[in-house]
Ligand binder design. Structure first.
Ligand code: PLP
Length: 377
């Protein structure tokens, strides 16, 4: 077990001075690098003003309002109402409740191999039985369809309140859907009056090369979820919906969804700074070349396949045993990688977007020599 003393940019430092190049960003969190100066500055500035004041929504708090405003400018006009929370799984919970309340329906659909979080509603939507069975009974009226399989869209009917789906599946091992599939899913939801909830908790805030992954598929969700990378290292999450949909939380009962710490002002200040860094440092434009460089360099007889959407990447090996040996060897040589919850033969590569070409070359050289050392060619 490594003890980390400090983290900065793309590096983490152990307490004995070891340096690790971070290729996983705390699982899609440190998209602009660890301790980005703009984020630290925003946090300090907010610390000097106020911390928690009151449960979310009672007072106007500028960091929340400014963040919601900035988010809406990145989104289609319909997605104009942001509900701020503390984490991804909370965003899932809020969105599922909202969909049930707005449509008056109970059936919820998600995909096999999906990961949406660990609280009971989100867990119910996860697509792996082995992770759920010990915790049953979970939410009733939940069904799963196959990801990226058009014929399963027929299971979405007038009974379905919502389909919850990752725009790009993360823990399934970076599965990038066909554009036509997501467009047909969008059409089927519209046809049946079902709300389409896009979970961009892992791919949001730029990881895939566009600010939101759904932009690449030319669709719009009814509810959008984000967390992880939106906070620049601080805990925050959100679900975003049209005002007319969000209004369902206002009556019968009032306060349909509450949170004490959701939208914490320090997290909101950090999130706004993160959003501005991504836009002003032009980080998105560089994602395709950086991803292409990884693909170009990571060539080895033991690598079976590379899947990616921008800098959300999976490098597939023949088995977990091979992958684990490579990961362990790479850590010894100063490069941090990982596997996926539901895809244990693939290496997770999701570096901070600020990674440089030289650092990518350094990381890939370490991975290739780790493969040679651990399993040979
Ligand atoms: C796609 C997706 N949805 C939801 C979650 C849950 O987010 P959190 O861990 O912040 O609760 C995760 C976390 O890994 C995720 O990857």
């Amino acid at each position: 077990m490594i003890e980390i003393e400090k983290a900065e940019g793309v590096y983490m430092y152990g307490h004995e001075g070891q340096r690790y190049l971070d290729l996983i960003s705390g699982i899609g969190v440190s998209n602009i690098g660890h301790r980005h100066p703009r984020v630290l500055q925003a946090i300090h500035h907010q610390l000097d003003k106020y911390l928690h004041l009151m449960v979310y929504g009672e007072f106007v708090q500028a960091p929340q309002a400014q963040l919601a405003h900035a988010l809406s400018k990145t989104l289609p006009a319909r997605l104009n109402n942001t509900y701020l929370l503390n984490s991804g799984t909370e965003a899932v919970e809020g969105a599922l409740k909202l969909a049930k309340r707005y449509t008056g329906r109970t059936e919820l659909i998600s995909c096999f191999n999906a990961y949406h979080g660990s609280t009971q509603g989100a867990l119910s939507m996860n697509g792996s039985e082995s992770f759920k069975n010990a915790f049953r009974p979970l939410l009733p009226d939940v069904r799963h369809i196959r990801y990226n399989v058009t014929e399963d869209l027929a299971h979405i009917t007038e009974r379905t309140a919502a389909v919850l789906i990752e725009t790009v599946q993360g823990e399934g091992g970076v599965r990038v859907p066909e554009k036509e599939y997501l467009q047909q899913l969008r059409a089927r939801c519209t046809q049946t009056g079902t709300l389409l909830i896009l979970d961009e908790i892992q791919c949001g805030f730029g990881r895939t090369g566009t600010f939101w992954a759904f932009e690449q598929f030319e669709i719009e969700p009814d509810i959008l979820l984000c967390a992880k990378g939106m906070g620049g290292g601080m805990p925050i999450g959100a679900f975003i919906a049209p005002q007319e949909v969000m209004a369902a939380f206002k009556t019968d009962p009032i306060l349909g969804h509450c949170t004490t710490f959701g939208g914490h002002p320090v997290s909101c200040a950090a999130s706004l700074a993160t959003l501005q860094v991504i836009q002003e440092e032009n980080l998105l434009a560089e994602v395709p070349q950086k991803a292409a460089l990884f693909r170009e360099l990571l060539v080895h007889p033991r690598i079976r396949e590379i899947r990616n959407c921008g800098l959300m990447m999976a490098v597939e090996f023949e088995s977990f045993e091979v992958l684990k040996a490579v990961i362990d060897q790479a850590i010894l040589n100063g490069v941090l990688t990982d596997w996926f919850l539901f895809c244990d033969n693939s290496m997770r590569i999701a570096p901070p977007l600020v990674i440089t070409e030289a650092q990518i070359r350094e990381a890939c050289a370490v991975i290739l020599s780790a493969i040679d050392a651990a399993v040979g060619s």
